[in-house]
Design a protein around this ligand. Sequence first.
Ligand SMILES: Cc1ncc(COP(=O)(O)O)c(C=O)c1O
Length: 434
Amino acid sequence: MKFYNLNFHEEKKNFSHALKKGLGKKQGLFFPINIPKLNNKIIKNILNLNFIDRSSYIISLFLNKKEISLDELKIKINKAFNFPILLNIIDKNLACLELFHGPTLAFKDFGVRFMAQMLNFFNKGKKILILTATSGDTGAAVAHAFYKMQNIEVVILYPYKKISILQEKLFCTLGNNIKTIAIKGNFDDCQKLIKKVFNDKELKKLLYLNSANSINISRLIAQICYYFEAFSQIPLDQKQKKIVFSVPSGNFGNLTAGLIAQTMGLPIHKFIAATNINDTIPRFLKTGYWKPKKTVSTLSNAMDVSIPNNWPRIIEIFNQNNWDFKKLESFPITDIQTTNTIINFYNQYKYILEPHSAVSFCALKKQILKKDTFNIFLGTAHPAKFQNYVYNTLHKKILLPNILINCLEKKNLSYKLSNNFSYLKKFLIQNYVI
Ligand SMILES: Cc1ncc(COP(=O)(O)O)c(C=O)c1O
């Protein structure tokens, strides 16, 4: 399987290249030349496999056997996906695909942990320095995914006092090969510093830099696997129904992975792309006009995106399949609707949603009335990550999962730096140039 650059079609590379580089020439995203197609019989057979065996098979279709053997791949996937995934049946035709039982309690664990295993494998023991900025969640996923990997060092920048203590403890207490730096500035300042590092000729020469960023194709390939897993867990008496997924969307990576699963042959009836009021996509699908507005802050803050960076991949999927965009439904959900959804959902089902999952359920509500459908919304984060907000909304204290309790007791090992490139450069040279 080769991947081609969506901005420069002549550039065709295998998986390991796309993985290591992240972006191609002209900042182009990599995309599979041919999404592998599976017939009904194969789909039926693989749905009977366990999650690791099935995921290894699915992922192997995107890789080259010469690059990595199936056995080797299985070992890596076993390490990456070493936590449960649950289709929690909420009502007769309603379920939440709980993707938040990984080490950092969010769906990102799937993509980032697979990417880390692959980088570790394909880097063949050479040194690399992963440098990334986080506004909270990604940092934790990256830190845990690369923790204690030999020859891989990780530096994570985050804005000082601008993330919750819970978020901070989740990735700043690990130590070992993970260094975290609180920058006296905001998230944009952190991103600008990272950009400067990647553009600095001297640092580029001295350090083996890699950004492990969110547009890496490896992350999407990992995410395809949980749509198949959802199918394998659908109750027997619901299997004949039309399967609908509602996906909480910001950069539209999750939806891209779902559409790839559908292209492969997984019989998904319909996708609903749920956004918050950063509604470029629902407006585009309704009017045909691409008019991003200024991004606004919402309760589902990880989805505060007005130019989704995976959208070119979605256009490509629709083009490759000759699909009409009418096939995709998309609804924007306001913060008031999000809060009301959390309250009503709790009252009806005694199930606590966090804001992102609430957005995905809210966009699905009308669908549930259709008796011939089985409706799955993606639960992308554990409600404990939004403990204060949930407490203020439901007046309920959430029991923290052990992973949070354990790290709350640990010491924060972060460094503190001013928002100043030369300080950061000095830090990197002192710590990483031998
Ligand atoms: C909890 C949560 N839900 C949903 C999303 C949106 O996912 P995507 O950017 O793939 O659309 C994110 C993105 O970071 C997230 O953190």
